[in-house]
Design a protein around this ligand. Sequence first.
Ligand SMILES: [Zn+2]
Length: 172
Amino acid sequence: MKIICDWDNCDQIGSYRAPLEKDNSKKYKLLCLEHIKVFNKKWNYFSDMSDQQVEFFVKSDLTWHKATKSFGSSDNFFNILWNNALEDKINIFKSESFDEYKRTQLSSTDRDAFDAMELKYDTKWEEIQKQFKTLVKKFHPDKNQGSRKFEDKLKKITLAYSQLKITIGKKK
Ligand SMILES: [Zn+2]
């Protein structure tokens, strides 16, 4: 018995595994080559997004307003969601509403901390750690002919890092 591609209205042979959930390789559906490509494109789209972007995306009105078909089954629901995501890719995260969203998700202390470390508000913890090391090296007296002129800046950076360690680092 041949297994037919699980895509809507497709009659090709399904020989490629498409995972149903992230982090769960056990459950999958089978798709033909053409549709596994489409599937992977959509899948990767989400993996490139930060958690915050995904959250915003899911909550965003922008997505739902563009739906042209009715959602029907849950498979169809995600197909429409993904298709809309691809259309919105260029614009959605440049929009003012996403910037506004990012601002409201952070306390003013966190925002100051990100600013002090010269980082974007949605920087991941690993990147924050890297940036901390970079900045400490840059402003350390040993790297500045023993000058302590950057002492205040270094203090500020350290305080900012401690703050972000509590709010961003703990989410790991
Ligand atoms: Zn197919």
